[in-house]
Design a protein around this ligand. Structure first.
Ligand code: GLA
Length: 383
C-alpha cells in the first residue's frame, strides 16, 4: 500500500511519534439514486479506494491535523465554538462534535491523512473521510458506538458542519462495505442484505467526466425539499405515505395540480426509481444483467430529464455507452458532475473506453478518467 508508507512517514516527520492507521473506502451505487432520503432502497458497494489516516491521542485539548494531499495543516479545539476555517478540517471537527453530542468522550489527537478516492467524482470521498474518523475515534477511545451510529455521525457531520442534507447511503456503504458484495439497504428500516456481485463476463467501469461534482451550496438540498413537499401533499389524501417511497404514480397524479411542475417531476423520478431498484434486484438474483442494464439506462434518463442532476458531459458519455452497446450506463451518485457507472460486456470494454475517451476529448478538450471498479471491504484498522 503506497499510501501507507506516505502516511507513516508524514506522521513521523510531523509529530515524531507513531499512531494507529485506519482506512475507509469510497463507494459506487449500482442503482437507486436520490432514494435514500426518500426512505427508499439503495444498492451501493464499497470500492478499493478511500481515505487513510494515522491518528494518535496527544494529551492536549486540541486536534492537530494535516492533509497530505492539500499540504495544509489545521489546529482546532474540541468545542462547538472551535469550528476550523478550512473546509476539509470541518469534516474531522464535525465527526468529533457529533460524537460528543452523543455523549462520547473524544480527547485531543494528532492526525495526518491522504486519499486515493478521486475528489468530486461522485464516489463519496467526503463520506470516506467522515467514516474514517468516526470508525477510528470509536476504536481508539473505546467508545462502543455501533456501526450504524458511526454512519449517522458522518451523515450528521454533512448536515450540521458541511451544509449538505444528504441521506445515509454513502457513510453506510463506506462502513459496511464487503468485498465482492453490493448491499441492498432499506433506508427507512435500515435493514440490509449483502448481495453477492460477480457478474461473469461483465465489467463495471466508471467514466469520470472531470466536471467537479460539488454538493455544498448546490441544488441537492432543493431536490430534497421538492420531494418532501410532494410527499406532504400526497399524504393529505394518503396518510400512510411517510416518504415518497410509499407513494405510487397514481397517488402522485391525484395531486398534479397542487404541485408545481418541478416538484412533480422530481417526485415522478423518485417513485419510478424505487421501483427500478426493486426490479433490478430481482433481475440480479436471476443473473439477468441485461435487465439490470436497461434499468440503469432508465435511471439515467430520469436523473437527466426529470430530476435534472445530469449535465452535458454526462449525457454525452451516456449516449456513447448506448452507441457502443454497453449493457447499462448512468450518472452515479448525487449528480451535477462526477462519473457515469457502466456495466459492460468484457469483450466490448476496450472499444468502449477507447471511443468514449476519443469522442469526449474531441468534444470537450479533456480526457475522461477511467476507473475499473473493484468492490472492497468497509472501514477498518490497518495497523
Ligand atoms: C449523494 C448523497 C447520498 C445520496 C446520493 C444520491 O451521494 O450523499 O446520500 O442521496 O447523493 O443517491
Amino acid at each position: 500500500m503506497k499510501n501507507l508508507e506516505i502516511v507513516r512517514s508524514t506522521f513521523k516527520a510531523k509529530f515524531e511519534a507513531e499512531g494507529s492507521v485506519y482506512f475507509s473506502p469510497g463507494r459506487i451505487n449500482l442503482i437507486g439514486e436520490h432514494t435514500d432520503y426518500n426512505g427508499g432502497f439503495v444498492l451501493p458497494g464499497a470500492v478499493d479506494k478511500g481515505m487513510l489516516a494515522e491518528i494518535k491521542p496527544n494529551g492536549l485539548a486540541k486536534i492537530r491535523a494535516f492533509s497530505i494531499d492539500l499540504n495544509e495543516s489545521a489546529e482546532f479545539g474540541l468545542n462547538e465554538e472551535d469550528l476550523p476555517a478550512a473546509s476539509w478540517a470541518r469534516y474531522i471537527f464535525g465527526v468529533v462534535r457529533e460524537i460528543s453530542k452523543r455523549g462520547g468522550k473524544v480527547e485531543g489527537f494528532d492526525t495526518v491523512f491522504t486519499g486515493d478516492v478521486p475528489l468530486g467524482a461522485g464516489m463519496s470521498s467526503s463520506a470516506a473521510l467522515e467514516s474514517t474518523y468516526a470508525f477510528a475515534l470509536n476504536d481508539m477511545f473505546g467508545l462502543g458506538i455501533e456501526k450504524f451510529e458511526q454512519a449517522k455521525i458522518g451523515q450528521a457531520t454533512e448536515h450540521n458542519y458541511v451544509g449538505v442534507k444528504c441521506g445515509i447511503m454513502d457513510q453506510f456503504a463506506s462502513i459496511f462495505g464487503k468485498a465482492g458484495h453490493l448491499i441492498k439497504l432499506d433506508c427507512r428500516s435500515l435493514e440490509y442484505e449483502y448481495v453477492p456481485f460477480d457478474p461473469k463476463g461483465y465489467k463495471l467501469v466508471l467514466l469520470d467526466s472531470v466536471v467537479k461534482h460539488e454538493l455544498v451550496g448546490s441544488p441537492y438540498n432543493r431536490r430534497r425539499e421538492s420531494c418532501e413537499r410532494a410527499a406532504a401533499t400526497i399524504r393529505k389524501n394518503h396518510p400512510q405515505v411517510e416518504f415518497l417511497r410509499d407513494a405510487t404514480l397514481d397517488m402522485l397524479k391525484e395531486v398534479k395540480f397542487e404541485l408545481n411542475d418541478e416538484d412533480y417531476m422530481r417526485a415522478e423520478y423518485v417513485i419510478e426509481e424505487v421501483q427500478r431498484l426493486l426490479d433490478a434486484c430481482e433481475a440480479l438474483k436471476k443473473g439477468d444483467y441485461e435487465t439490470v442494464g436497461k434499468k440503469m439506462f432508465g435511471t439515467h434518463y430520469g436523473m437527466s430529464k426529470l430530476y435534472e442532476v445530469s449535465c452535458e458531459e454526462l449525457d454525452f458519455l451516456n449516449d456513447i455507452a448506448k452507441e457502443c452497446g454497453v449493457t447499462g450506463s448512468r450518472v452515479m451518485g448525487g449528480g451535477f458532475g462526477g462519473c457515469t457507472i457502466n456495466l459492460v460486456k468484457e469483450e466490448l470494454h476496450d472499444a468502449f473506453i477507447e471511443k468514449a475517451t476519443k469522442d469526449f476529448m474531441d468534444k470537450f478538450g479533456v480526457s475522461p478518467k477511467v476507473y475499473d471498479v473493484v468492490i472492497g471491504d468497509g472501514s477498518r484498522k490497518i495497523c
